[in-house]
Design a binder for this molecule. Structure first.
Ligand code: NDP
Length: 250
């Protein structure tokens, strides 16, 4: 087994082992923020700093690679950059979380998560499978994966935008979202993110994409369940038929 395989399979195993712990605790940021998790930092700055490694690490490894990286591989990195430019720069500037804070511990854990995820994917696309050929564009994996990726990207961004739009002026409270997929589930932004990285895993047919998809699932299923429980507790009139994350299922 190569060093890379040991690295990526260990990362996946750590994900599976962490899942029961992530399920047990409400990740303490946003509505679940708590002072019991140590010192707090500004929410917007936390988002920018903790997400930037993902924007930088993976593309940088690919761009400095000595290997003849193919155009299709660069295309995957282009999609990655679009997602992470939004997540690390645009999203934090748009959110209406003035005066809100998050635990430094959360920002630090997310920072290291993004470094490792960036390494897992950057090393893969820069040094392991850097030569996707043009014919890959016509493979069922690419076509299906790309459609799923774009669908997830649109759902994720539309839903995040809708949540952001619920707050007017300096308001920092919460209301029941009612539009789009919010009619069916409490967290379509997480649903979109999960299918987006599932699409990426299929489109690249890679262990790196699989690792990212699994970790996204492990992070966001528990958070969606926490949010759903919180909505039902906070709003007595919360729609009963609405599920947490997967329409009609969970
Ligand atoms: P949330 O849904 O908790 O919040 C998104 C934004 O909307 C926050 O600014 C939040 O404010 C605000 N908001 C949420 N619900 C309401 C409401 N009912 N009324 C008014 N405002 C609301 O998402 P996260 O902050 O957890 O995640 C943000 C993005 O990051 C998502 O797209 C998610 O998919 C992605 N992400 C990806 C992960 C991965 O592993 N790939 C892990 C974590 C997140 P406030 O912060 O004050 O609650």
């Amino acid at each position: 087994m190569s060093n890379y395989e040991i690295f990526v399979y260990s990362w996946i195993v750590i994900g599976f082992l962490s899942f029961p712990f992530i399920l047990r605790y409400d990740a303490p940021y946003g509505r679940h923020t708590s002072k019991n998790w140590g010192p707090l930092v500004d929410n917007k700055i936390g988002w920018i700093v903790m997400e930037l490694p993902a924007l930088i690490v993976c593309p940088l490894i690919v761009f400095i690679s000595d290997n003849p990286v193919s155009e299709i591989t660069y295309f995957f990195i282009f999609l990655w950059i679009i997602h992470y430019f939004n997540r690390s720069v645009i999203f934090p500037l748009r959110i209406r979380t003035k005066k809100k804070k998050m635990p430094l511990l959360i920002a630090t854990l997310a920072f290291f998560f993004n470094v490792i995820n960036g390494l897992v994917n950057g090393i893969f696309f820069g040094n392991i499978k850097f030569d996707y050929s043009n014919s890959w564009l016509f493979s069922p994996e690419f076509i299906v994966g790309f459609i799923v990726f774009i669908t997830g990207f649109i759902i994720n961004n539309w839903s995040d935008s809708h949540l952001i739009s619920l707050r007017k002026n300096n308001d920092s409270g919460y209301t029941i979202p009612k539009k789009g997929l919010f009619k069916y589930i409490s967290c379509p932004n997480f649903f979109g993110e999960i299918i987006e990285w599932f699409g990426f895993a299929v489109m690249t047919w890679s262990v790196a994409g699989l690792a990212f998809f699994l970790w996204t699932f492990f992070n966001l299923v528990p958070r969606a369940l926490s949010h759903h429980t919180w909505y039902k507790k906070t709003f007595p009139k919360y729609p009963k038929e609405r599920k947490a994350l997967f329409p009609f299922i969970l």
